[in-house]
Design a protein around this ligand. Structure first.
Ligand code: MN
Length: 208
């Protein structure tokens, strides 16, 4: 039941008359909460990892993206909460706007909270406040257990995203390197930047 004030930072940073990103409203809690990983070619290329909690998308910027190798610890720097409908956003944020650059929906799906304490499930919002959340992702590229753990608080707050050593762990697979396309449109960052509407469609978007 977080109020829309959790989206204040998100809204303060953006001029919705200039950017195609959604202004958004917090939504009611979902039975199958979603996650999304957006590849964002901004000042530096990174992957925005977002988990639904309390009607918004809790967000971290992961410079190297997720790994399927349990031995790899990926830095995850928290960013402002985003609205749920941001999970559908793919496109170009214009120059001069916050986060200017190209956004691609790199993976998306639902997740299951696995965080437990003394045999009891810890709700995701509470787990995040405590600095450790464990979950199972069911995406198209990334599946299985992961943990996000805060290792530094305060101004330089930072977390680590680590794959659990389960049946879906696979150090030989590197989807960040080998599967660059959008799971929604099939486009690459370059194709989105060029303004195409998708493979096989007119790049100038004149249809209809
Ligand atoms: Mn970003």
């Amino acid at each position: 039941m977080a109020g829309s004030e959790t989206l204040d930072d998100y809204r303060d940073k953006r001029d919705f008359s200039r950017t195609p990103e959604p202004p958004g409203e917090p939504d009611a809690a979902a039975i199958h909460p979603i996650f999304v990983i957006q590849k964002h070619d901004a000042t530096t290329l990174h992957y925005d990892f977002r988990l639904e909690s309390d009607g918004v998308l809790k967000s971290w910027a992961v410079p190297k993206g997720p790994s399927l190798d349990p031995k790899e610890k990926r830095l995850a720097v928290p960013t402002e909460d985003h609205p749920l409908d941001y999970a559908d956003f793919e496109g170009v944020i214009p120059a001069g706007s916050y986060g200017a650059g190209t956004v691609l929906v790199w993976d998306r799906g639902t997740y299951q909270n696995l965080t437990r304490k003394g045999g009891q499930e810890v709700p995701v919002a509470e787990a995040l406040r405590q600095g450790h959340v464990s979950f199972r992702l069911d995406g198209k590229k990334v599946r299985g257990g992961y943990a996000l753990t805060r290792f530094r608080t305060g101004k330089g707050e930072a977390w680590l995203l680590v794959k659990k050593d389960d049946a879906e762990a696979d150090p030989r697979r590197d989807p960040v390197g080998t599967e660059p396309r959008s799971v929604v449109s099939g486009r690459t960052l370059e194709e989105i930047r060029a303004g195409g509407t998708g493979p096989g469609e007119a790049p100038d978007g004149r249809e209809g």
